[in-house]
Ligand binder design. Structure first.
Ligand SMILES: Nc1ncnc2c1ncn2[C@@H]1O[C@H](COP(=O)(O)OP(=O)(O)OP(=O)(O)O)[C@@H](O)[C@H]1O
Length: 457
């Protein structure tokens, strides 16, 4: 029996320091009371100085402080530390029925071993992604209507329209600025149609060199030209047979191709380059454009007959600056999916960021918003997104005052800010805010609706 408490302590410490896991102990307020040597080494902390620091200042993405607050055991939680996934356990310490602290352990003390396991997992994930992409190539459509996020009336209207027009073979023209989600909607229409088990094939009319267009769309037969593949090559129309062909950026289709495309849509048959036969095809066409086709028609750059052929059903997706109430639901959706992919944990987005997102005009639309959120999550080291989390050029953009604004716009912006600040201050008490601002309750409700600030306080 060991009697000497010092010796006991020394033995225990040696056991803990050489233990397989990294170990941290915090008190009831989340201050570090103990951290074993290997964990300190990994985090680059001095074991003598780490004691007394708040755990959130020491460990990235930690939930030890929450484990103490909630008093709940968390086992095998995926935690992202220093660019790596770790498996963390958090166990509250109870004394006389009260939580007095918590013990946290992280599996994989040996970084070499961990690295091996990590690259093994990453390789598996890569493989999984590879097969997922292969499947997507065969099937083509990766998005469904559920992926189209937003709560605005416009989004609701678009979703209803997609559901109504998905079945059937009529051509669809999706219009809207770049990055508004036109391709996502094209996928959704295909997924909801009777053609969903058949391929969804996309061609970007703005990206194919003019001389390759015909063979890209209609394929070629063997010996069609020097360098032609033995046995010929199917074009996008053949690949999409039975399914859907998505003609992205149709406004950029070269003129000589416009007439050929029109013929195919009318006759429902294609003639591969160099072939002396034509082939029946069964393809539904969905086209998208961000260009003013009517104007292009006037300028003789787009054929009117082709326009009427593709414009049987139309969907218009408004830019994000015209449906600002979608910004927050979209941001939440992106944070959620990026966190699920990377193992990061984001609990809060600063009010400053929300404000800046609402004020900014988003010329690149949802794509730009998604890129902003991705960049912020990449750079943030805590579980909170602040304006500092954005790369400099992005935060400058977000905070930039738009000098092209009219006086009316400035007035409206100020009015919006004042109302929002008061609502925040008064915890959303509309009556109290109306009183303080000296306006009627109905008037205030109208302004809340007009400025779409219902979800911002
Ligand atoms: N409502 C939405 N909900 C979720 N994600 C969206 C939404 N709208 C757009 N996105 C995302 O924004 C990005 C751009 O969307 P998409 O490629 O569909 O836009 P687009 O209008 O086809 O752009 P372009 O005209 O430049 O081809 C994609 O990553 C897409 O997933």
């Amino acid at each position: 029996m060991l009697k000497d408490p010092l010796l006991k302590h020394q033995i225990l410490e040696t056991i803990i320091d050489s233990a397989y896991e990294w170990i941290v102990v915090v008190d009831h307020e989340g201050y570090v009371q103990y951290m074993n040597k290997t964990y300190c080494e990994f985090l680059g902390e001095d074991p003598t100085k780490v004691i007394g620091k708040h755990v959130t200042d020491v460990i990235e993405n930690t939930r030890m402080d929450k484990a103490v607050l909630q008093g709940k055991v968390e086992i095998a939680d995926l935690q992202f530390i220093r660019g790596n996934y770790m498996i963390a356990n958090r166990i509250p310490i109870l004394f006389e029925g009260k939580v007095i602290g918590a013990v946290g352990t992280v599996i994989f003390r040996d970084t070499e071993q961990w690295k091996k396991m990590n690259s093994h997992i990453k390789a598996l994930l890569h493989e999984l992604n590879f097969y997922k992409k292969e499947w997507d190539v065969v099937n083509g459509a990766t998005y469904t209507l559920n992926d189209f996020a937003g709560n605005s009336e416009e989004v609701k209207r678009i979703k209803e329209r997609v559901k109504n027009i998905a079945s059937g073979d009529l051509s669809v023209l999706i219009r809207g600025e770049s990055g508004t989600g036109k391709e996502l909607l094209a996928h959704s229409i295909h997924q909801l149609s009777e053609r969903s088990a058949k391929p969804f094939i996309k061609i970007n009319c703005g990206a194919v060199p003019e001389h390759l267009f015909e063979s890209e769309l209609f394929g070629y037969s063997e010996g069609a030209f020097t360098g032609a593949k033995k046995g010929g090559k199917p074009g996008k129309f053949q690949l999409a047979d039975g399914g859907t062909l998505f003609l992205d950026e149709i406004g950029d289709l070269p003129q000589n191709m416009q007439i050929k495309l029109l013929r195919v849509l009318q006759e429902k048959e294609i003639e591969p380059v160099g072939a002396i036969y034509s082939k029946k095809i069964n393809v539904r066409v969905i086209a998208a454009t961000n260009r003013p086709l009517e104007q292009l028609i006037k300028e003789n750059k787009f054929r009117e007959d082709l326009f009427y052929r593709i414009n049987v059903l139309q969907i218009h997706v408004p830019p994000i600056r015209e449906r600002k109430e979608d910004i927050w639901p979209l941001t939440e959706r992106f944070i959620e999916s990026i966190c699920a992919e990377t193992g990061k944990r984001i609990i809060k987005v600063d009010q400053d960021v929300k404000e800046a997102f609402l004020t900014y005009d988003w010329p690149g639309n949802v794509r730009e918003l998604k890129n902003f959120v991705e960049a912020a999550l990449q750079l943030t080291l805590s579980d909170q997104i602040t304006l500092n989390a954005f790369p400099d050029f992005l935060s400058e953009k977000l905070q930039m005052d738009d000098s092209a604004k009219t006086l009316k716009e400035y007035v409206q912006e100020t009015e919006r800010k004042v109302i929002l600040n008061h609502l925040k201050k008064m915890n959303g008490d509309v009556m109290a805010v109306a009183d303080e601002l000296g306006i009627g309750k109905t008037n205030l409700y109208e302004k809340i609706k007009k400025y779409k600030i219902k979800d911002c306080f």
